[in-house]
Design a binder for this molecule. Structure first.
Ligand code: PRF
Length: 376
């Protein structure tokens, strides 16, 4: 994997860059649509490619390991072939889902024993087997196995957990070195900074992660319920320590406003279920604020969903029609809303990139943050 910095904003810490992998180029800042179980929910791969057009999507080790299971992915020739997606994929390690989804889990130095949320069966994730599973899934970027601490988190717990995440990182790196690639393309490995909402821990973790010499670095443990200002303070500390010449990925973030504010602090990559999950609940993101399309006020509004027309659905369908689809609980409503939201998120990061390159990112960002705060 190669990362080139193309521009740095003079009024903020925003950067524009270019990542190159064996599956192509990723222009940063980037938002990665979440495709948890080998599908970006509700969107055909053709629509994803032609209409939303992201350079990279995300998959989840935890989910893919449980279903369809790694032997199926291996037999199909890896996740790209299985799901018919020939662009980049990043897999998260399960270091988050194991905590948020599994019914029971026991965290020990060796790893995490958990109960499947599907059938109640017991499994264990260790730094070693998670590296092997990610080799078999075959994403272009794979993540370290970490513990994502909850919020709020007691200082001593956060400190002990961070040190364990660091020891797990060493085990990930050792094991990955011994685990051959399964397919004919490379995989980049990203370690993850933890440390909850404590500046001294974040600093210590960022230093440890920076020293591991990885080709890219991630920030975990944020957007877990803390106030946005605390998240920004942590991102700021961490970005001031992580190497400038490597991409920085803020995991699981966030709202359009969170994304712009974190770009301004030096983050290059994002993922979040928000545009897809909220779409399925009738919430639309636009440049002028959010819309609850289920609201009665749209019942006879025959204007386009979004007259900016970023994706075809925005101008081909009216708000009244989309509201109707939600009212009668039709699948198409969820599909239209998902295409709209993902189109908007991708537009937002592309626009951010344009403004970083043009040198007026900060002014544009401040204007957008104000506008997007509205409820329409
Ligand atoms: N760790 C991992 N994945 C994640 C997170 C984390 O801390 C988060 C936190 N927002 C989202 N996804 N491995």
């Amino acid at each position: 994997m190669k990362f080139e910095l193309k521009a740095q904003d003079s009024q903020s810490k925003a950067r524009a860059g270019k990542i190159t992998t064996d599956h192509g180029v990723i222009e940063t800042p980037i938002f990665m649509p979440v495709g948890t179980v080998a599908t970006v929910k509700g969107v055909h791969q053709r629509e994803l490619k032609d209409d939303i057009n992201p350079d990279i999507i995300l998959g989840n080790t935890y989910h893919l390991y449980l279903r369809p299971q790694t032997h199926v992915l291996e037999k199909s020739g890896g996740l790209h072939k299985f799901m018919n997606w020939d662009r980049n994929i990043l897999t998260d390690s399960g270091g988050y889902q194991v905590y948020s989804l599994s019914a029971n889990r026991k965290i020990k130095e060796e790893g995490v024993k958990f109960k499947s949320h599907i059938d109640g069966s017991y499994h264990t994730f260790t730094p070693e087997n998670v590296m092997e599973i990610q080799r078999t899934i075959g994403a272009d970027i794979i993540m370290a196995f970490d513990e994502c601490t909850p919020y709020p988190c007691d200082y001593n717990y956060a400190k002990r957990s961070m040190h364990m995440t660091h020891r797990w990182l060493d085990r990930c790196i050792n094991h990955l070195d011994k685990t051959p690639l399964k397919y004919n393309y490379n995989q980049a490995f990203f370690p993850i900074v933890q440390g909850s909402t404590y500046k001294d821990l974040r600093k210590q973790s960022a230093e440890y992660i920076a020293n591991s010499g990885a080709v890219g670095n991630a920030i975990g443990g944020l957007s877990v319920g803390e106030p946005a200002e605390e998240m920004y303070a942590m991102t700021d500390v961490v970005c001031s320590i992580l190497p400038e010449d490597k991409p920085r990925y803020l995991m699981g973030v966030g709202t359009p406003i969170n994304i712009l504010e974190n770009i301004a602090l030096g983050v290059d990559m994002f993922d979040c279920v928000m545009p897809t999950r909220n779409a399925r609940n009738g919430m639309l993101f636009t440049a002028y604020g959010t819309i609850n399309i289920k609201n009665l006020k749209w019942a006879e509004d025959f204007s386009p969903i979004d007259d900016m027309g970023i994706t075809f659905v925005d101008t081909e369908y009216s708000k009244a029609y989309l509201r109707h689809l939600f009212t009668v609980n039709e699948l198409l409503g969820k599909q239209i809303a998902t295409i709209h939201n993902l189109g908007f998120y991708l537009w937002l990061v592309r626009e951010a990139r344009k403004h970083i390159l043009a040198g007026d990112f900060k002014i544009w960002k401040d204007k957008m943050v104000k506008q997007m705060n509205n409820r329409l």
